[in-house]
Design a protein around this ligand. Sequence first.
Ligand SMILES: Cc1cc2nc3c(=O)[nH]c(=O)nc-3n(C[C@H](O)[C@H](O)[C@H](O)COP(=O)(O)OP(=O)(O)OC[C@H]3O[C@@H](n4cnc5c(N)ncnc54)[C@H](O)[C@@H]3O)c2cc1C
Length: 195
Amino acid sequence: MNGSPTVNDHTVVNEMPSVDRTVTVNGTRTAVAESAIRPEHFRDVLGRFATGIVVVTGVSTAGGLPVGLAVNSFTSVSLTPPLVLFCIGHDSTSWPEMRGTGRFNVNILAEGQRHISARFASRSDNKFRGIDWSSAANGMPVIDGVLGLLECTVEAVHAAGDHDVVVARVHRMEVRDGGLPLLFYRGGYGRYTDL
Ligand SMILES: Cc1cc2nc3c(=O)[nH]c(=O)nc-3n(C[C@H](O)[C@H](O)[C@H](O)COP(=O)(O)OP(=O)(O)OC[C@H]3O[C@@H](n4cnc5c(N)ncnc54)[C@H](O)[C@@H]3O)c2cc1C
């Protein structure tokens, strides 16, 4: 075995040529060969990991206006204390608007809320136009009909490549609707069925 990946019907090796670079560890420079994965291949493979979809909602630090965006990089992190995370692209315009408040809500979308995901994944001056919502106990927006709500405060933000990893503490949460989740898989929407 030389460790090379096996190429068969199920394996597509799609890498750019290795790029030699050096890293410094404890003051020692070491040459490393870094395989540059093509972005489209990265998306294709990662797209096979099905996820739910949440809308992260908050209010703008400047004017207290509702802001939000669709996110599928959401996951739980810790039970004690209760921590969650999501990853936010550096080109997001909504996150910088709301992060100054240190608070936001996570709205877990139901299968009938595809239009809400699309709206909050789009560029829009007012993503809440025509969307039914109210203020949760923490004053941040909660969208009507979501499966679940988590009221959070920002615990830490870690830079990671072209995204930031936002770690947040959950202060209050509730199941809002008994329906089924909206799912995201290979760039499209789907619904959950029992096997
Ligand atoms: C199912 C799903 C899951 C997603 N998960 C994530 C996730 O986990 N993390 C994540 O970061 N994103 C995720 N996205 C993408 C995210 O929802 C969209 O990028 C959304 O538009 C971001 O909203 P925003 O208001 O922060 O930024 P936007 O204002 O929508 O800006 C997005 C991009 O458009 C550009 N832009 C904005 N306004 C203009 C303009 N007037 N003219 C030209 N360019 C403009 C911005 O510079 C930026 O590059 C997901 C999308 C979907 C559909």
